[in-house]
Design a protein. Sequence first.
Length: 62
Amino acid sequence: MMLKHLRRALKEYLAYYLGSRTHLGLEKDAPEPRTVENPDLGPVASQPVLGGLHHRYYRAAA
């Protein structure tokens, strides 16, 4: 049972690490590049990742 939890946590961290976390060697971009969102799209909202240890920020639709 604990092994399933560990696998799920590692899978979620890997997705966060590759898709959201910035890297200085990539000029503060993620390994999986993402588009810069226009400030006119709406206010900034956050989504908790890894049980709230980290957050992913995005523009919420107005």
